[in-house]
Ligand binder design. Sequence first.
Ligand code: GLN
Length: 487
Amino acid sequence: MDLSDLTIKQALQSLKEKKFSTRELVLANFERIEKFDQDISAFLTVCKESALKEADEADKLIARGKAAGSLTGIPYSAKDVFSVKGVKTTASSKILENYIAPYDATSIKKLKEAGAILIGKTNHDPFGFGSSTENSDFKITKNPWNKNKVPGGSSGGSAAAVASGMGIFSLAEDTGGSIRQPACFCGVTGIKVTYGRVSRFGVIAYGSSLDTIGVITKTVEDAAILLKEIGGRDENDATTLNEPVPDYLKTIDQSIKNLRIGIPKEYFTKGINKEVEALIKEAIKEFEKLGAKIEPVSLPYTKYAIPAYYLSGISEVSANLARYDGIRFGYSQKDAKDLKSLYFESRAKGFGPEVKRRIMLGTYALSAGYYDAFYKKAQQVRNLIKQDFDKVFEKVDILIAPVSPFPAFDIGEKAQDPLQMWLADIFTVTINPAGIPGLAIPCGFTSDNLPIGLQLIGPRLSEPILFKAGHAFQKITDWHKSKPNLK
Ligand code: GLN
C-alpha cells in the first residue's frame, strides 16, 4: 500500500486498525515532497519538524486508546493565505515575504483541534489574483499531469499537492474559481461553499463579499468529512451563517433518483473545447443512469458575469490591500525620505504587476464620477445574476456545468495577456456573486491525458445535495482514482 495515495476515510480507518503509525503516514507524504516538489513547486513552506512532533503526539494518543479527534493524524497543506501562528504567511506576494502570522485562522484552529497535521503552505497567485499560479512572486507551480502545463489557479499549489500525494487534502480559498478550476486542471475534487458557511477569520482577504473557504480533496466523501469540521458560525467573522452544519456523511449515500438536474445552455457555447464538451456530456449520461432527470435551462445573464465579477472583486481589492502600507505589515522601504515616499516605495516594490493592475483598476472603478458607471452597475448586474439562479432553482435541484472551457494550458501561454487569463474564468465566476456552492469533480481525460472536471452547482446551503450527487458519480466512475505518473 502506498501511504501517500490514501484518502482521509481510508487513512483514518487504517490508523485505527494500527496498520501503520501516524509518523509513517506523515513521513510518506514528506517523502513525496522531498522527491518531487523540487520540480512541481507546490510548496512555499514545509513544516516537517512541527508535523513530526504532532505525529508522535497523535501516535501516543492512539496507543493509549484515548479518544482521538475526528481527523487525528491526517496530514494536510494550506494555501499560503491562511494565518498559522508562528509560520510564514506570504499570500505569495513579496510584500509579505517575511510575515509571520501571530494567530491561527479559524479553519486552521478547527483542523488542529480535530487532530489534522499541517505539513506545509502552498503556492498560489498572490492574494488569489489569477487562474494559473504564474503570478506568484516566488515560483511557478507545474501541473503534475504534464509539467509544461499550469496547475490552474489561484490555488494551483494546493491542487498540485493533493494530486501528487503530498498531503491528503488542502485547505484553500475560492473567490471566483480558485478552488474549482485548479482541482479540475489537476484531476482532484474541490468544494466552493455557500458564502458564510466557513469562517474567513484569519484568511488574507481578496474580495470580502466573494471570498469563501473550502477544500481540495481526493474524493467527495473527504470533502464532506472536512466541511463538517470547518463549517459553522464564528463570532470573529460576522458574515458566517447562524445555521447548523449538517452531518454530510449521513446523507451522502442516498439515491439521486429523480433529482432534477439542469444543463445551462449558456455554458455550452461555441468557445468551449470539443473534448471538454464531449466528456461533460458523457458524464451527464452517467447521472441519467443514476436516475436523475436532466433538463435544459437558461441563465441569460451569464455573459455579463466576467465584467461584473472582476469589477466587484477588484474594487474590494483596492480597499482590502490598502492595509499594506509598509508600516503595519510586511515589506517596508528602509531609506524612504518621508512618510509618503515610504508608502509609495514599499507598495511599488512589494506588489507584483497583477496586484498593481487590480489595485489601480479597482481604485478607478470606485472613484467619484466613475462609481455609478462601474461599481454600482456591477452590483446591479450581480443582482441579476443571482436572480437568474433563483429562477432556475425553482425548476431544478442542481446544475451541471463545465469548470473551465479548456483543459490546463501551457505555462506562459496566457501570462502576457491578462484579459485572456480573466476570460478563462467564465464558468466559475458566476456563482461567487450569487453566494451559492459549487463542487468540482473529475470526469475524464483529454486525448493527451489532461484531466477534465465538471461542476455541480446548487442553491444556497445545498452542499448535502451536491455531495450526494458527486459521491454517487464517484461510486460508478474511476476518474478520481487516476494518479499522475511522477518521475
Ligand atoms: N481567477 C479568478 C481571479 O483571478 C479567481 C481567483 C480566486 O478565486 N481567488 O480573480
